[in-house]
Design a protein around this ligand. Structure first.
Ligand SMILES: Cc1cc2nc3c(=O)[nH]c(=O)nc-3n(C[C@H](O)[C@H](O)[C@H](O)COP(=O)(O)OP(=O)(O)OC[C@H]3O[C@@H](n4cnc5c(N)ncnc54)[C@H](O)[C@@H]3O)c2cc1C
Length: 383
């Protein structure tokens, strides 16, 4: 089939990536009267990670005006969390949280709901897109973005670009930004039946060469995820991921009790590394959410943080576009960079405290790596 050339369009802002950060940034910019185009590669049809939302998400959904749709979609209130970490079992009912319940959500539906909210705010959304490239305009202002949908090629001339492509930070890296990665954490994940009478709370459990989380999904099934370092997972052709999964389960007795005898899907391996862009902002572009900095899933606030990041970025971009003086624009860019740096430093401290509180397995390379932050922080190029 030959590719049809669609007419070139102009917009104030293009947001690439319709996850929580991108949709929120797009909606907030459109609400300020800017012409915004949101490009999403999927059609929100397949399963996504990040099923358990902390109660912090509630005031954010209220401020975005989507709480009613969220509740109408029948997302499940989370009955609390159990952690087995540092040899201690800790049970946290959501009653203790001032925002009430956390939520177990269908992430594809949740992300689709936020994208629809963006279109209600005036954003033009394209799904099923293939991003082709981005170049700076010769005149020195704005960028030209090329993408395709089905058999149609599109060109966009924009004043500003937001990279919201998640951990890949594809656009920012295309624009020359460097990504650093401080670990090689991966998740080996499978979905199984939920045993009758099983505890519905999320369970986090430390193990000798990593840690586990398991949680009931919106579908009623249970996700089992093992987090470890990529080099501690043997290559697929040598030992199957299923056997890695089974061996690791035996070092986590509470998770094992949930999973034992449960029929499971074949485990998949994906990156869960902590990454960030050394420079998350430049002339006429910035990165938001996981594209700017992706945290260890142990931090448990990925989605609320992505929404907050989208809201903050929208303020910065609106101010940048209404500013005529280059030195004022530069000051906004620098402030955004400083804010991202300070969030990253706070995260590194939290990460070290969380992993440092598990003192069992002194000989385990996984735990040794996390106890010595300085050696972890040695710069590695991103994926
Ligand atoms: C294993 C694991 C478990 C997690 N569990 C939780 C959890 O329980 N709770 C929680 O709050 N957080 C969790 N997180 C973190 C959370 O999922 C992320 O922090 C959050 O999704 C970041 O949102 P985002 O919008 O920045 O990026 P993403 O959610 O990654 O969204 C990026 C979007 O960009 C699109 N995209 C990518 N490339 C392109 C392209 N080239 N062109 C167009 N579109 C593109 C993608 O399809 C996607 O829609 C988890 C993360 C991992 C790895």
């Amino acid at each position: 089939m030959t590719m049809r050339e669609a007419s070139a369009r102009a917009a104030d802002v293009v947001v690439v990536g319709g996850g929580p950060a991108g949709s929120t940034a797009a909606a907030s910019l459109a609400a300020q009267g800017l012409r915004v185009i949101l490009l999403e590669q999927s059609r929100y049809e397949s399963a996504r990670f990040g099923e358990v939302l902390s109660p912090r998400v509630v005031p954010l959904l209220e401020s975005l005006g989507v709480m009613r749709q969220f509740l109408a979609e029948g997302q499940l209130p989370s009955p609390g969390m159990v952690s087995v970490w540092g040899g201690l079992k800790d049970e946290r009912p959501s009653l203790l949280n001032p925002y009430g319940d956390g939520w177990h959500v269908d992430r594809a539906r949740f992300d689709n709901m936020l994208a629809r909210a963006a279109t209600n705010a005036g954003v033009t959304l394209y799904t099923g897109v293939r991003f082709k490239g981005v170049v700076r305009n010769a005149a020195g202002s704005g960028l030209t973005v090329a993408f395709s949908t089905e058999n149609c090629a599109h060109t966009l001339h924009v004043r500003f670009l937001i990279d919201a492509t998640g951990r890949s930070a594809k656009l920012a890296r295309r624009l020359g930004a460097r990504q650093e990665r401080i670990d090689r954490l991966v998740t080996v994940v499978a979905v199984g039946e939920t045993r009758t009478g099983a505890d519905p709370r999320m369970l986090i459990e430390a193990a000798e060469r990593g840690w586990w989380y398991s949680a009931t999904l919106h579908s009623g099934r249970t996700v089992f995820a093992y987090l470890t370092d990529a080099d501690l997972v043997p290559r697929a052709h040598a030992v199957s991921h299923s056997s890695v999964f089974d061996v690791a389960l035996r070092s986590a007795p509470h998770t094992f009790a949930r999973a034992c005898g449960v029929p499971m899907s074949t485990p998949r391996v994906t990156s869960a590394a902590s990454t960030r862009l050394v420079t998350p902002v430049g002339t006429d572009w910035l990165a938001v959410g996981d594209a700017a900095a992706a945290f260890d899933p142990l931090s448990a606030h990925g989605v609320p943080r992505a929404i907050n990041s989208g809201l903050y970025a929208a303020q910065v971009v609106a101010a940048y576009l209404s500013e005529a003086r280059p030195d004022n624009k530069q000051a906004l860019v620098e402030e955004y960079g400083r804010q991202c740096d300070s969030n990253w430093s706070a995260y590194l401290g939290e990460r070290q405290r969380a992993y440092g509180s598990e003192k069992r397995w002194p000989d385990s390379v996984f735990w040794q790596r996390r106890r010595s932050l300085t050696s972890n922080a040695a710069m590695m190029e991103g994926p």
